[in-house]
Design a protein around this ligand. Sequence first.
Ligand SMILES: NC(=O)c1ccc[n+]([C@@H]2O[C@H](COP(=O)([O-])OP(=O)(O)OC[C@H]3O[C@@H](n4cnc5c(N)ncnc54)[C@H](OP(=O)(O)O)[C@@H]3O)[C@@H](O)[C@H]2O)c1
Length: 420
Amino acid sequence: MDVFSRDFEFFAHPTSKGLSAQDIVQHAASIEAMITKHSVGLDDNDEIPTTDRCSSRNPRPANETVLLTGSTGNLGCYILASLLSRDNVQRVYAFNRRSTNRDIMERHRTQFEEKELDMALLSSPKLVLLEGDIKLSSLGLSKKMFIKLQQELTTIIHNAWFSNFSLPLSSTYDDHIQGTRTLIDLARSSERRNEIRFLFTSSITMAQNWDESQGPYPETLVTDAATAAGSGYGESKYVAERLLARSGLEVISLRIGQICGGEPNGAWKPMEWFPLCVKACWYLGAIFVPTLNSNWTTMDTTSDIILDIVFHKDSLPFAANIVHPRPVASEFILYAVRDALIQELGHGLSSDDSLRQVSVQEWINLLEQSATRHRSEPRNITIIFRLPPFVTLDISNTMKLSEKMNALEPIDAGLVSKQV
Ligand SMILES: NC(=O)c1ccc[n+]([C@@H]2O[C@H](COP(=O)([O-])OP(=O)(O)OC[C@H]3O[C@@H](n4cnc5c(N)ncnc54)[C@H](OP(=O)(O)O)[C@@H]3O)[C@@H](O)[C@H]2O)c1
């Protein structure tokens, strides 16, 4: 059984490159329809994309009370660990969906263990673990707890999202949009409404159909829904952003690029394409020169950048884009992966000859032949290479707001080898 090709199917997805002009019009119409559906009761004045919309906000409170969603996830657990370590944070409500078979603390322990984060943080008196249903107006919490949130919250970090590139907007992401609206309503009904900051972890996938002749993707609201046409995932992030823009709250949407494994141990999300690719290189005995973006940021640095921004003393712009400001050449990643595979995995890889360097096309052919032999399709990897390259992003806002981002060193070979 070819274990890899079974995994690869997970990532199969259409791309905006495959969309005709008519498709793009239809996608844009569905996006607008979903915005309309979920904006009832929000400001009709709409969407103020300027950077100074929040200039009259109050100064940040000395003690922050944060609601974080999706803390059982990969980035979420890093954000949680960072929040719990901060002196200016007095309480973190970590809100997650219920699991039928796993205790909520256990789910956090597993993530912290896997990432080698400080387990002691999970015993912090600052931490309150909540389980509920984000779609429900009360978040599925007791009335008492919901009122407590309305009284105490100063910051919301909305990070929970389902990342699947192959599923359509309306059938997959309606619940996520509804959940975002629930959080907007919570913030709007809160006693500290004027103090609340709402940070949304968006994705550069929402810029998948951006016309680069207009320059880099800006750090403002882009009101043309066609720019987001493509995968339902990117479209859903765009819809959420448009709702946030109508919320009247101090919001910031972070369009984040590829997040890779971070310190201390380099762990990636297990089902991400990169670990699967590395596994496949080992399996096929062949490695390719990637045509990949290498402006990845690690989980830990992304989390630090998020915290720099959300607690920034100045008022926030509507959007900030996050990709590594000092990218490395893709060959660099290739050679670091090759060396790490040869040195650390072994399994017969005793010399360069046993891990041939081939072109991307040749590598895909090898993968497809292997899959055919095992009667399965290596769709996700192939699709990764069919993706349009990610657009260039303006990162000026993030550079202004985050010391961490400013000081980021290029990813080094040591970290790549940990990721392998
Ligand atoms: N990883 C990247 O390269 C990347 C790049 C750009 C943006 N982002 C964004 O960053 C955020 C975190 O990403 P990640 O890589 O850490 O994702 P992840 O590891 O898959 O974690 C996702 C989190 O969202 C929760 N979640 C998923 N579907 C949900 C649903 N239907 N209802 C409620 N909660 C749900 C998960 O809960 P369970 O534990 O219950 O599954 C988990 O806590 C996401 O918003 C993602 O779009 C990630």
